[in-house]
Design a protein. Structure first.
Lengths: 114, 114
């Protein structure tokens, strides 16, 4: 089955700098790659996703890049703010059939230092 | 706003005891999921469901059963709880649509098996 590796277990950046979190996946049939954020003591919520028909997507300060050849995708957070501090999870799925069964990475703890 | 409610929020169980974790969603989503979150593993899928009456095995189903008696409710059952099942459990709901495949998560249930 699919395996998703999240390369940075922890990441510290200074407020205003950019943060980059990298993930790789194994299943060449995966076509949907979302990112979720978990703030301290809270549940996960969706932040951004990318599908395999594009290689870049931006939503305000969040940019997702996808390299299908390398089976790699990344989340870039620009102009970081303290409220960006959280655990970020990447995920992948084949997005076929009737379900959106996701395989998650291990999570990256991002700390934004004021 | 999509809503997924889990109960209980915290549970202490004894080894060998039976534990039932409940999840209710008001999103009218067809698909529901049970994940467990452990440090170093991220979120791992235990069971999922396509709709009332359906349950499917996820990536780590051993030691767990699931029940989906209605569109709104999805339960996770540990018939004989073991200390290795100590974890935080998240329920999620979602639907596959042309533009929105995101999952909505509950707040989690922290289970300790002593």
């Amino acid at each position: 089955g699919e395996k998703v590796e999240q390369h940075e277990s922890t990441l510290s950046v200074r407020e205003g700098d950019s943060a980059v979190i990298n993930c790789t996946y194994t299943d060449t049939a995966s076509s949907y790659f979302p990112w979720y954020k978990q703030e301290a003591g809270k549940s996960l919520h969706f932040v951004i996703d990318i599908r395999s028909n594009v290689d870049r997507k931006q939503s305000q300060r969040l940019i997702v890049l996808l390299d299908k050849k390398a089976k790699r995708f990344s989340l870039h957070i620009t102009a970081t703010q303290p409220e960006d501090s959280a655990i970020y999870f990447c995920a992948a799925s084949r997005a076929t059939g009737g379900n959106n069964k996701l395989t998650f990475g291990q999570g990256t703890v991002l700390s934004v230092i004021p | 706003e999509a809503a997924v409610t889990q109960s209980p929020r915290n549970k202490v169980a004894v080894t060998g005891g039976k534990v039932t974790l409940s999840c209710n969603q008001t999103n009218n989503h067809n698909n529901m999921y049970w994940y467990r979150q452990d440090t170093g593993h991220g979120l791992r899928l235990i069971h999922y469901s396509y709709g009332a009456g359906s349950t499917e095995k996820g990536d780590i189903p051993d030691g767990y059963k699931a029940s989906r008696p209605s569109q709104e409710n999805f339960s996770l059952i540990l018939e004989l709880a073991t200390p290795s099942q100590t974890s935080v459990y998240f329920c999620a709901s979602g639907d596959r649509g042309a533009s929105n495949e995101r999952l909505f998560f509950g707040h989690g249930t922290k289970l300790s098996v002593l």
